[in-house]
Design a binder for this molecule. Structure first.
Ligand code: FES
Length: 131
């Protein structure tokens, strides 16, 4: 990303990001990797998800990426899912076995049950839908 020099740069950048996200139809899975997430086992969750993604040949439909602290440190390891339609889910206390379940549910687009869904007090702003 280029350094912002003025407000026009900011809006140009914003439009580029929106355009990029609109052209992406993949499910985006984020494994939160703050320091205490890692201490709680997030590395193993990320590693498992990435290897399952490879094994199941899902790279064209789903991305798995590390992300920062989400502010829900009490429920680590935490995993967020952003769907192409803008819906957003967060799961906590995720282990390797559950990370496989999450990936498979995203693949089949079926509801995720049996894993603690977190309801953060903050709201995700969906720039694509103007909410
Ligand atoms: S450091 Fe893990 S959610 Fe905050």
């Amino acid at each position: 990303m280029n350094k912002l020099k003025n407000i026009d740069d900011f809006f140009t950048n914003q439009q580029n990001i929106i355009h990029k996200k609109k052209s992406c139809n993949k499910v985006r899975i984020m494994v939160h990797m703050g320091t205490c997430c890692i201490a709680a086992g997030a590395s193993k969750v990320l590693e498992t998800m990435k290897s399952e993604l490879e094994i199941l040949s899902l790279k064209s439909d789903i991305t798995v990426e590390p992300s920062g602290c989400i502010g829900l440190c009490y429920a680590e390891p935490t995993v967020s899912i952003l769907h192409p339609d803008g819906t957003y889910e967060v799961y906590g206390y995720v282990d390797s076995q559950q990370s496989r379940i999450i990936l498979n549910r995203c693949r089949t687009q079926s509801p995720i049950t049996g894993i603690k869904e977190l309801k953060p007090k903050w709201k995700v702003i969906n720039v694509l839908q103007g909410e």
